[in-house]
Design a protein around this ligand. Structure first.
Ligand SMILES: [Zn+2]
Ligand SMILES: [Zn+2]
Length: 171
């Protein structure tokens, strides 16, 4: 997404745009749907402050049961676009684009992409209480229990028991 600087007015303005995942320019982004970008812009003679909000619906595969599910991703970024780099260093802006008086447009694609990536959860679960798949027969335990006697907690207790036995033996 490119922002034309000479199209901006002095002072505050808001720009809302919807871009496609393909516009991010990366191969197979994990977000297949449209991305809502909302920019609050404060333009002064030599610098522009941009507060960006990014939202999209992502499709993930559940870490436990492998089912696909959609989840909303929301994130924001703060950007200082300036001709005055020394001053910029004292500001608290996370990101910085340096421009010259002749710069006509800036590219926000990387900031939008990074913001979305940072909002991807570490653990992707279709629901917090997802039961996952039976490790023996592969049945989806969210749809009911299978015929196996296996219960997901048992294995971990076995390992702990074995560990404590080993530790006792070592004494
Ligand atoms: Zn799941
Ligand atoms: Zn099973």
């Amino acid at each position: 997404m490119r922002l034309r600087l000479n199209g901006l007015n002095e002072g505050y303005q808001t720009i809302v745009e919807t871009i496609g995942a393909v516009d991010l320019g990366v191969e197979n982004p994990p977000f297949a749907n449209a991305i809502e970008v909302s920019l609050t812009i404060d333009k002064e003679p030599k610098e522009i402050k941009i507060a960006g909000q990014v939202a999209t619906l992502a499709v993930f595969e559940c870490d436990r049961c492998l089912a696909h599910f959609t989840q909303q991703l929301v994130g924001d970024f703060n950007l200082l676009v300036t001709e005055d780099i020394p001053k910029a260093k004292t500001e608290i802006y996370e990101d910085l684009i340096s421009i010259t008086p002749t710069t006509s447009e800036i590219d926000l694609t990387a900031y939008i992409y990074d913001t979305l990536l940072l909002s991807v959860p570490m653990k992707k679960l279709c629901k917090p209480e997802c039961q996952g798949l039976c490790p023996v027969c592969g049945a989806n335990l969210n749809e009911g229990s299978c015929q196996c006697s296996h219960r997901s907690g048992d294995e971990r207790w076995e390992i702990l028991k074995r560990l404590s036995t080993t530790m006792t033996e070592e004494k």
